[in-house]
Unconditional design. Structure first.
Length: 202
């Protein structure tokens, strides 16, 4: 009986320690992200302005692509244009349509199966971003889409591994593609983007 009590107490203590460590890790990531945003806001030489267009993508038609939102368009996403209730309707319909599986790799997340990702088209001539679709993605594929944020959160290895495994490429090629995507992001972040979200009214 005493042994059983000791096991139960030990287990509960272990759960408690795990939850504290997890919470601390999450808070650390959040803090790093807040500091990064602050450094960009306070320091306008943070970005290498006048970055040339990086040219053609080094990967021909990758199945899983990186889709970095230009810094100048960070707060013009769908969620900032609709109420929480409307966004819930959109994202839940997106999950259902995909059968709660990632539409790129077919996988599922552990904590939750899929997340709703907005697909935008960026016209580099007119600097207009147009909402094209919503897609259900597993958390790892979604991290790849926002790889810049994942890097800030110390999750770049997850991104490179997922890119390599879904696109069936070497890690070095995944790294090269990521570097290219970051250059494209820097280039696009030099411009103000007009937003077209007429898709959600259709
Ligand atoms: Zn996936």
């Amino acid at each position: 009986m005493e042994l059983l009590i000791a096991i139960v107490v030990g287990y509960v203590m272990l759960l408690f320690v795990c939850s504290v460590v997890k919470k601390e890790k999450k808070e650390k990531r959040k803090q790093a992200h807040r500091e990064w945003i602050k450094s960009i806001e306070n320091d306008d030489v943070c970005l290498p302005w006048s970055v040339e267009c990086p040219g053609a993508c080094p990967l021909p038609n990758p199945r899983l692509t990186i889709e970095l939102v230009p810094q100048t368009a960070w707060f013009s996403n769908v969620r900032s244009h609709v109420s929480k209730e409307e966004w819930d309707v959109i994202r839940k319909a997106c999950y259902r349509k995909a059968g709660y599986r990632c539409e790129i790799c077919g996988g599922k997340g552990e904590a939750h199966p899929v997340e709703c990702h907005e697909i935008w088209h960026y016209d580099d001539n007119t600097h207009k971003q147009t909402l094209k679709d919503f897609i259900a993605l597993c958390p790892h594929c979604h991290k790849v889409k926002h790889a810049g944020l994942a890097q800030v959160n110390g999750e770049i290895e997850i991104v490179l591994q997922q890119l390599a495994s879904v696109n069936k490429i070497q890690r070095e090629e995944a790294q090269k593609y990521f570097d290219w995507a970051m250059k494209q992001w820097e280039h696009r972040s030099q411009y103000d983007w007009k937003t077209d979200i007429s898709l959600i009214n259709k």
